[in-house]
Write a protein that binds this ligand. Structure first.
Ligand SMILES: [Zn+2]
Ligand SMILES: [Zn+2]
Length: 285
């Protein structure tokens, strides 16, 4: 009793909380870049975790504690991929088989969490050597790839979580676009286009009594107005429902005025973007 357990076990491998967070961020980064499939887990690519207590001779003790794990070489073999590790608060080292003279070790990525207090002595020394421009291995080889930012994983993780919350919340313009871009049966029959039609039809009604054609077929003005009115009531209901749902999700923290303003803008855009043809019998439109 009394020992503090500082690691978690995922798929039989041990990690400190820092490495778990690095892996979560890296998974999002690699998926966003289309490097690993959406259905995959970053853990599909991990080949060694931490807290290995000398089990791997090639690692010479760098994996004895936390903050360090190995991945497939395919996740470090370009500058862009190394930058994804950097964005995840880690240094992604390329380790080549020919660098390991006394062990048979395949090419792989050796990932060190920046700002992790759980590093084994050798892992901390590797990171210090990389900070000084080296490759983190014995000898004097220089670091290959983009210069790391050495931003701590905890800084990256705070920003990552804040971004996730933002992404989960639809923006007012996304809501407006969804409402006014909602289609009725066909791609060009949008709420915005219907609104535009009734507006133009109303104007036409004020000075014309001749029939209106929609898509080549004659539509009584009364029908056009009725259709549009039905659509407007539906839209008003949907918008009110969205506002209600958002207010509940966020506990009232949502900016309802911003949604209303964006919706008005959406109407204007719907009007501007709508393809409306009103044909007046026997005359130019
Ligand atoms: Zn390693
Ligand atoms: Zn750690």
């Amino acid at each position: 009793m009394g020992d503090v357990i500082e690691y978690v076990v995922i798929r039989g491998r041990r990690y400190c909380a820092c490495s778990v967070a690095v892996l979560e961020m890296a998974e999002a980064g690699f998926k966003k870049a289309g490097i690993i499939p959406r259905s995959a887990s970053i853990h599909d690519y991990v080949t060694q975790g931490g807290y290995r207590a000398g089990a791997t001779a090639a690692s010479k003790g760098s994996h004895d504690r936390g903050g360090v794990h190995d991945v497939s070489y395919s996740l470090v073999d370009s500058d862009a991929k190394q930058r994804i590790w950097d964005q995840a608060g880690a240094v992604g080292c390329r380790r080549r088989s020919w660098e390991f003279t006394s062990t048979d070790t395949p090419d792989h990525g050796h990932i060190i969490a920046v700002g992790c207090p759980h590093l084994a002595k050798l892992a901390a020394e590797q990171l210090a050597e990389i900070r000084a421009g080296g490759d983190g291995m014995a000898g004097t080889r220089k670091w290959g790839g983009p210069t790391p930012s050495f931003t701590p994983w905890s800084t990256r993780y705070a920003a990552f979580k804040a971004r996730q919350e933002e992404d989960d919340m639809p923006t007012p313009s996304e809501i407006a676009a969804a409402v006014w871009g909602a289609t009725f049966g066909s791609a060009d029959d949008t709420a915005g286009a219907r609104l535009a039609r009734v507006t133009i039809a109303s104007e036409a009604a004020a000075s014309n009594t001749r029939p209106i054609a929609r898509g080549g077929a004659e539509v009584p003005l009364r029908q056009e107005v009725a259709d549009a009115k039905t659509m407007l009531l539906t839209q008003a209901g949907e918008l009110a429902g969205l506002r209600e749902a958002l207010a509940q999700i966020t506990g009232g923290g949502v900016d309802l005025a911003a949604i209303t303003a964006a919706s008005k803008l959406g109407v204007e855009q719907g009007l501007a973007g709508a393809q409306v043809v009103i044909d007046f019998e026997g005359g130019a439109a």
